[in-house]
Design a protein. Structure first.
Length: 816
C-alpha cells in the first residue's frame, strides 16, 4: 500500500512538471470542429476576440491540456500496481491457470494499444466533467468538439486512403472503405455504437452497480441462480433444430468480438486472486452469495470477471466509455478469413486461391492446426496429433459444434476456389481467393437473411424492416447514411438470446455429449467415427432450447470448467457485462422500441422484478430474453426490435451487400446462382452426410420441412463466372440456304477485357445447295457478315430473334 502511495506521489510530481513544460505548446494546439474545414488556434483567437462559444472551447482546451499529464501519470501508476499482481503470481502468464479461461479472453495486442488511449480519454473526460461541472445527461454533447492534442493520440484520426479500394469489386479484409464518406465505418478495431447513451454509475465509465433508489443492484449471480436456472424438463423449441443455435453463434463471431482487459505482458487477470478485487480498475469480479444453490458447496465466493477495454470514440471526441469490436462489423465471413491482413494471409496457401487445411489421413480436410496452441485449448495428453484449430476468429475452438461449422465453410471456400480455377480464366491466386471469398460472404448473407432471421424474427418484422432478400433482380436499397456499426445493446444483450437456445448436450454419433465436455475440445473432431459429419448431423437432428429465461447448467455452472465447482456462469457474465458496458435499462429500451407493457408472463415478470429494488433497475439481458415471443418468431419484441434494426443496418449500410448493383456487383445470373444457396446444400457439399432437412434450421419433424437427399446437390454453377465466349446459341432457321448463330463475350469483372477474340456470330450454308449456287451463296454470306458487323453495334447483346430478322430482311432483298 505504502509503495502505491509513493508511486502516486512521484507520478503526481512528474505530472506537475509535465504540465509546466506543456503550457508553452498549449497555445499552439488546435481545436478542430469536425463540421468546419479550418483549424482554429482557439486560445490565441479567444484572447483577441472573445465570444462565448470560443471561450467555452478555450476553457475546454485548457482543461484538457491541464488534465493530460495528470491522467497520464495516473495511468502509469495504475500500470505499476497492475504489474505487482503479475509479479506476485496473482495474474497468470499461462492463461490456462485462470479459472474458466475462455477464448473470448484472447485479446489482441492491437486492442490493448487502442485501449491505452481509451483509458486516457476516459480519464480526461472524468476530469473535465468534474472541473467544468458538466451534467451527466449531456456529457457527450458538451464534449463534442474535436481537440487537436487528443486527435494526435486518437487511433481513428487518420482515415484510410480508399482511392484504390473505392472501385474494387472486393471488400477490404478489415472492412474499411466500405462506406466512402465514412471510411472507418464497420472496420475491425473500431468502437461499438450505441442506440442510447450509456448508463454508468458516475456518468462516464463506472460500471452500473447502484439502484435508482440508491443501494446496490442485486448480484448478477443471484439473478442468474434465481431467474436463469435450468428447467428440470426439456423445454425445447418444437420447430427449431440445434443448428439454429450454432449458426447464430457462428454469425455472431462474424460481426463482433469484444476486447477484454488483460494484465501485464498479456497475462490473464485473476480478479478473484487479490484480497481487494474492487481496487483493480480492470476487474469487476462477480460476487457469489454465501447461500448460492450450487457454488456454495465448493466454498466459492467469487467468479472472475474482467472489464471490457475502453476505446476512444470513432470521432475522437471525449465522452462516455465505449467498447471495442476487434472484428469487422459487416457480415463478410471475417470469422473464416480474419479481420486483418496478417491473419488473412496466415490462413491462405497462396496458391489457387485456397485456404490452408489440416487434419491427417484418418480425418482429412480439417482446419489448419494451431500447433503452438495459441488458443489455449485443452489437448489430450494421450494423442500429440490432436491440436486445436486456426480460423479467422480465435474463438473457433470454443466448442466442437462451432469448429464443425467453421470447417464446412472453409471447405466450401476451397471447393469454390477449385471450381473457379478450373474455368481456365487465367486468374491469379489473388483473384480466385477474392472471388471465392466474395461468393462465400454472399452465401452467408443469403443464409442469414433468407433462412436464419425469419425463424428468429417472424414474417411481420422481416417485412417491416425490409430484411427479406429479393426473388430476382438487384436490391436498390443501399443507404450511404446508414451506419452498419454493431450496437452495444445488440452485442452485450440482445444477440446473446442465443445463449438460451443452447442444449445440455450435443448429439454426436447418436449419443449425447454433454456441452461442458465439448468446450475447447478438439479431440472429437478427429474422431474416426465421424467428427465434423457426426456433429453436424447431430445439430440438424436435435432441437434448440426455447428462448426464455432458462439457460443450460452447462453454461450457468460449467462454462469452460476445468476443476469441479470452478466453471463460469454465462447468465451472470451477460448481466455483469451489461453493467460493465453501461447498457441502458430494460425499461429505457422498451420505451425506445415502443413495446407495450404486457410482454412477460406475469409469473416470469414477478420472479424477475422481485429480485430488484425497483423495476427501473432491471437488466436488459434478463428482461429481454424472458419476453413472450413475437408472432412467428422466437424472441420477444424488445430484442426483436434491437436485432431487426441491427440487421437492417448491416444490409442497407453495406455497400457490398450481395444483392446490390454497382461496380462491385455480381451479374444477375451470378446473383441468381447465389440465391440458390441454402445451409443444407452447403452441408451436403462439404460433408459425407446423406440426408439433411431441406431447411437446416428447422427440424425435419415439421411438415413444412422434409428431409432431402444430398445426392442431388451439386456444386454452384461455375459457368456463370466463366470469362470469354459463351457456348454458341441455337441456329436461326434456314432462309434461302443461309443461317446464323450467335455467342456472347462474358467479360464481367474480374475477367480481363481482352478475353474474347473472334466473331460474335457464325454464318453457314444450309439446305440442299446446288454446286452452281455455291459461289452466289458464298458472296451473300460475306455481304451478310458485313451487315451483321455494322448492325451488332446497335445492340448490347444481339439475340437470335434479331439475327433472324436481319437475315430475313437481307434475303428478302437479295434472294439467291
Ligand atoms: C455453446 C454455445 C455458446 C457459448 C459457450 C457462448 C459463450 C460466450 C461467451 C463466453 C461470451 C463472452 C461473454 C462476455 O465475457 O461478455 C459470449 C459472448 C457472446 N455470445 Fe455467446 N456463446 C454461445 C452461443 C451463442 C449463440 C448461439 C449466440 C447468438 C445467437 C451467442 C451470442 C453472443 C454474443 C452476441 C456475444 C457478445 C460477443 C462480443 O461482443 O464479443 N452466443 N458467448
Amino acid at each position: 500500500m505504502e509503495e502505491r502511495i509513493m508511486h502516486y506521489a512521484i507520478y503526481s510530481l512528474l505530472g506537475v512538471l509535465l504540465l509546466l513544460s506543456c503550457s508553452k505548446s498549449l497555445t499552439l494546439d488546435k481545436v478542430v470542429n469536425p463540421t468546419e474545414d479550418s483549424d482554429t488556434t482557439l486560445v490565441q483567437t479567444a484572447e483577441k476576440a472573445p465570444n462565448q462559444q470560443i471561450l467555452k472551447d478555450a476553457t475546454l482546451l485548457k482543461t484538457v491540456s491541464d488534465s493530460l499529464p495528470i491522467i497520464e501519470s495516473r495511468i502509469k501508476a495504475a500500470a505499476k500496481i497492475e504489474k505487482s499482481f503479475f509479479d506476485s503470481g496473482i495474474d497468470h502468464a499461462d492463461v490456462r491457470n485462470t479459472d474458466f479461461f475462455g477464448p473470448h479472453m484472447l485479446t489482441s495486442a492491437k486492442a490493448v494499444d487502442i485501449a491505452s488511449v481509451g483509458e486516457l480519454f476516459s480519464g480526461v473526460t472524468k476530469y473535465a466533467v468534474e472541473k467544468l461541472n458538466i451534467p451527466r445527461q449531456s456529457i457527450d454533447q458538451q464534449l463534442s468538439k474535436r481537440i487537436g492534442i487528443l486527435d494526435e493520440r486518437c487511433p481513428f484520426s487518420n482515415v484510410p486512403d480508399c482511392t484504390r479500394s473505392a472501385a474494387s469489386r472486393y471488400r477490404t479484409i478489415d472492412g474499411s472503405c466500405n462506406n466512402l464518406n465514412n471510411t472507418l465505418w464497420g472496420r475491425s478495431f473500431t468502437p461499438f455504437e450505441r442506440i442510447l447513451p450509456a448508463v454508468y454509475d458516475n456518468g462516464v465509465d463506472e460500471a452500473r452497480q447502484t439502484s435508482v433508489l440508491g443501494g446496490p443492484l442485486p448480484l448478477a449471480r443471484k439473478i442468474s441462480s434465481q431467474f436463469h436456472q435450468t428447467s428440470l424438463k426439456d423445454h425445447f423449441e418444437p420447430d427449431l433444430s440445434h443448428m439454429n443455435m450454432e449458426f447464430g453463434q457462428f454469425l455472431s463471431h462474424d460481426i463482433q468480438r469484444n476486447a477484454l482487459s488483460t494484465g501485464t505482458f498479456g497475462a490473464a487477470l485473476d480478479c478473484c486472486g487479490s484480497s481487494e478485487p474492487e481496487s483493480r480498475s480492470k476487474c469487476l469480479a462477480i460476487e457469489i452469495p454465501a447461500d448460492d444453490p450450487y457454488y456454495s458447496q465448493f466454498n466459492r465466493t467469487c467468479m472472475n470477471f474482467v472489464r471490457a477495454l475502453p476505446t476512444p470514440k470513432l470521432d475522437c471526441t471525449l465522452g462516455q466509455r465505449q467498447q471495442l469490436n476487434q472484428n469487422t462489423h459487416y457480415i463478410d465471413g471475417s470469422q473464416i478469413y480474419g479481420s486483418d491482413e496478417q491473419t488473412s494471409t496466415s490462413l491462405r496457401t497462396l496458391s489457387g486461391g485456397t485456404l490452408k487445411t489440416g487434419g491427417d489421413a484418418t480425418a482429412p480436410n480439417l482446419l489448419p492446426k494451431d500447433t503452438n496452441n495459441a488458443a489455449n485449448c485443452i489437448l489430450p495428453a494421450s494423442d500429440a496429433n490432436v491440436k486445436c484449430f486456426l480460423a479467422g476468429d480465435v474463438r473457433v475452438n470454443q466448442n466442437s459444434a462451432l469448429i464443425s461449422i467453421h470447417t464446412i465453410f472453409m471447405r466450401e471456400h476451397n471447393k469454390i476456389a477449385a471450381g473457379l480455377e478450373a474455368l481456365n480464366n487465367g486468374w491469379s491466386d489473388q483473384i480466385i481467393y477474392d472471388e471465392a471469398r466474395k461468393i462465400v460472404g454472399a452465401m452467408l448473407q443469403h443464409i442469414t437473411y433468407k433462412e436464419y432471421l425469419p425463424e428468429i424474427l417472424g414474417d411481420a418484422i422481416m417485412n417491416k424492416y425490409g430484411l427479406k432478400p429479393l426473388a430476382n433482380g438487384y436490391f436498390n436499397g443501399y443507404e450511404s447514411k446508414m451506419n452498419p456499426t454493431i450496437k452495444n445493446e445488440f452485442a452485450a444483450a440482445a444477440f446473446r438470446f442465443g445463449h438460451s437456445q443452447v442444449h445440455d448436450s450435443l448429439k454426436y454419433n447418436n449419443k449425447a455429449q454433454y456441452f461442458k465436455d465439448v468446450f475447447l475440445n478438439p479431440a472429437i473432431i478427429y474422431d474416426t467415427a465421424g467428427g465434423v459429419d457426426s456433429i453436424t448431423k447431430g445439430l440438424t437432428d436435435s432441437y434448440s432450447q426455447k428462448v426464455d429465461e432458462r439457460m443450460s447448467s452447462h453454461l450457468t455452472r460449467h462454462l469452460f470448467e476445468r476443476k469441479a465447482g470452478f466453471g463460469g456462469d454465462l447468465a451472470a457474465i451477460n448481466i455483469q457485462r451489461g453493467r460493465d458496458h453501461g447498457i441502458p435499462l430494460y425499461q429505457q429500451m422498451k420505451t425506445i422500441c415502443n413495446v407495450s407493457s404486457n410482454v412477460h408472463e406475469p409469473s416470469v415478470w414477478n420472479a424477475l422484478s422481485s429480485l430488484y429494488r425497483n423495476p427501473s433497475d432491471i437488466d436488459l439481458f434478463s428482461a429481454g430474453v424472458s419476453e413472450k415471443p413475437v408472432p412467428g418468431g422466437i424472441i420477444g419484441p424488445t430484442f426483436a426490435c434491437i436485432i431487426a434494426k441491427q440487421f437492417e443496418a448491416l444490409k442497407k449500410g453495406d455497400r457490398y451487400y450481395y444483392e446490390n448493383s454497382g461496380d462491385q456487383a455480381f451479374t444477375l445470373e451470378q446473383l441468381d446462382e447465389i440465391r440458390q444457396t441454402t445451409l443444407s446444400k452447403v452441408i451436403c457439399r462439404n460433408t459425407g452426410i446423406s440426408f439433411v432437412p431441406t431447411n437446416a434450421f428447422i427440424k425435419d419433424t415439421n411438415v413444412r420441412n422434409q428431409k432431402m437427399s444430398c445426392k442431388g446437390v451439386s456444386a454452384i454453377d461455375y459457368s456463370k463466372w466463366k470469362c470469354g465466349w459463351s457456348n454458341w446459341g441455337t441456329w436461326t432457321s434456314c432462309v434461302n440456304f443461309i443461317q446464323v448463330r450467335l455467342r456472347t463475350c462474358k467479360q464481367q469483372k474480374p475477367c480481363a477485357t481482352d478475353f474474347c477474340t473472334g466473331d460474335v456470330f457464325e454464318i453457314q450454308k444450309c439446305g440442299s445447295v446446288r454446286n452452281v449456287e455455291m459461289p452466289q451463296i458464298e458472296a451473300k454470306i460475306e455481304q451478310l457478315r458485313a451487315i451483321l458487323v455494322t448492325q451488332q453495334n446497335n445492340y448490347d447483346i444481339m439475340d437470335v430473334n434479331t439475327a433472324q430478322d436481319i437475315l430475313q430482311t437481307f434475303m428478302h432483298q437479295n434472294a439467291v
